[in-house]
Write a protein that binds this ligand. Structure first.
Ligand SMILES: C[S@@+](CC[C@H](N)C(=O)[O-])C[C@H]1O[C@@H](n2cnc3c(N)ncnc32)[C@H](O)[C@@H]1O
Length: 204
């Protein structure tokens, strides 16, 4: 009797451990099939807070890495005005297509998509006034390489804002500060509670 009770408990425990291992170690990009979840605004990780650190101004050229469905992209593009430009880079073409459909519907023409990996950006050195990633850095297999590459494409004095939220790819602030140091970026401000924060960096 006892061993017949124990077996389902053991199987349940093993299944829970397997799910936990997948949850914490899987590095696949966020699935497009679950895109509807990306449209739900996250507590504390608001566009208002992103604006406060990014400081996007009309006429600037800004880069977003990992735009997902465009929760931040459509907002930031609106701040850049007609002379500004928002380049969006994602490894998944369906995500870029989704943002561009939304941009067309909103009559925004300043968003330029490029399918690429954040570790190898298709831009010249010093191309951007500012760059940002929101809940994307933890999905990139080598976050230091991505931050180093983002630093390369920033102008001297440019700004990089990273937004992180406690999901399964969460990057704690202390870890992010280590990555930034390795990538040659220094922190200049952060905002929000430790489990849902924005942090700003500038080239050292
Ligand atoms: C969780 S979504 C975040 C979307 C959006 N920023 C938001 O907050 O709603 C992460 C995005 O990063 C993209 N991504 C993952 N790995 C990437 C990589 N190596 N290079 C570029 N984009 C990547 C995914 O395809 C996805 O669109």
């Amino acid at each position: 009797m006892r061993s017949s009770v124990r077996r389902p408990v053991l199987i349940g425990g093993a299944a829970a451990a397997a799910v936990a291992a997948w949850w914490w170690t899987d590095a696949a990009p966020y699935p497009y099939a679950q895109r509807w979840l990306l449209d739900l605004p996250l507590p504390f990780l608001t566009n208002r807070r992103l604006d406060a650190l990014l400081g996007a101004r009309p006429g600037e050229r800004v880069l977003e890495i990992g735009p997902g469905t465009g929760l931040q992209a459509l907002h930031v593009a609106g701040l850049l005005g007609e002379r500004g430009r928002l380049d969006i880079v994602d490894v998944q073409q369906p995500m870029l297509d989704h943002v561009m459909r939304r941009a067309t519907a909103a009559k925004i023409s300043s968003i330029i998509p490029a399918q690429a990996d954040a570790r190898e950006l298709p831009f010249d050195d010093g191309s951007f006034d500012a760059a940002y990633l929101v809940t994307a850095l933890g999905e990139i297999p080598d976050p230091v390489a991505a931050m180093r590459e983002t630093r390369r494409v920033l102008k001297p004095g440019g700004r990089l804002v990273v937004g992180e939220f406690l999901d399964r790819h969460f990057v704690p602030l202390v870890t992010l500060l280590g990555y930034a140091n390795e990538a040659g970026l220094r922190p200049s401000a952060w905002l929000g509670p430790p489990l849902a924060y924005f942090a700003r960096f500038q080239p050292s």
